[in-house]
Design a protein around this ligand. Structure first.
Ligand code: KIV
Length: 271
């Protein structure tokens, strides 16, 4: 008898079933091959190739400057490093807003050139037409409501969204619009936990929170933040599992000292 050791890929259906079964969905960002291999081997369910690459990979202040070509480069590196995780890729700012034809063209480029499995778009009713057009081409779409960093210059700050009734009501209406448009899931970023709970109960599709409290269907963090690579970024919602900034810095200091003292390379470290 042969044992089937094939690893089964998580799909958009799997995450929807996880919501039905009450199993929480784990999601982290990744932007490169090596990190993707680690996350996938550890058993992460979903990897988001986030446009936060603009901040943590490229050092920009906002997510706005990253281009479609750059997102495809990051996404294809991540795809090559995974066997199991569902790979979702952010459509970058300027590649979908206000033009559903362009939105579809951008989504098709991501799917064709990176091999990823789904795209994510920020916004509600304003981008309904784009979402429907992309889904009608067979491309799964994840929504993103609450704090939507591509609109940072409209908001003016990165503080908690939808604290006021009007914005909370819009979010509750938007999440239903996204569900009816065919989104397979929605990220809820930086909103009151009570509102996230209400939004999650309102729809059958899974909600993935970041700064949205515990009563959502899954959680997402930026991998550089949770590993403590990012220096000095400590919002309340962030749980930091390592302090890699200091760990890596310490290793680099020891390496420098070893080179300067000629301790490295030693006899065993040469040919
Ligand atoms: O780009 C990103 O990393 C994201 C997460 C914060 C959800 O959109």
């Amino acid at each position: 008898m042969s044992v089937n050791t094939e690893i089964r890929r998580i799909t958009t259906n799997t995450v929807q079933e996880m919501k039905l079964n009450g199993e929480k969905i784990s999601m982290l960002t990744a932007y490169d091959f090596s990190t993707a291999v680690i996350l996938d081997s550890a058993g992460i369910d979903v990897i988001l190739v986030g446009d936060s690459a603009s901040n943590v990979m490229a050092g920009h202040e906002t997510t706005l400057p990253i281009t479609l070509d750059q997102m495809i480069y990051h996404a294809s590196s991540v795809v090559r490093g995974t066997k199991r995780a569902l790979i979702v890729v952010d459509l970058p700012f300027g590649s979908y807003q206000g033009n559903s034809k362009e939105a579809l063209a951008s989504a098709i480029r991501i799917m064709k050139e990176s091999g990823a499995h789904a795209v994510k778009l920020e916004g509600g009713i304003e981008i309904k037409e784009s979402i429907e057009r992309i889904i009608s081409a067979g491309i799964p779409v994840m929504g993103h409501l609450g704090l939507t960093p591509q609109s940072i210059y409209k908001f003016g700050t990165y503080t908690v969204r939808a604290k006021e009734e009007a914005e909370a009501n819009k979010l509750l209406s938007d999440i239903q619009i996204l569900e009816h448009a065919g989104c397979f899931g929605v990220v809820l970023e930086k909103i009151p936990a009570k509102l996230a709970k209400e939004a999650t109960a309102l729809v059958k599709i899974p909600t993935i929170g970041i700064g949205a409290g515990p009563e959502v269907d899954g959680q997402v963090l930026v991998v550089n933040d949770m590993l403590g690579i990012t220096k000095g970024f400590k919002p309340r919602f962030l749980r930091q599992y390592l302090n890699l900034f200091d760990e890596i810095g310490g290793a680099v200091k020891r390496y420098i000292a070893d080179v300067k003292s000629q301790d490295f390379p030693n006899k065993k470290e040469q040919y």
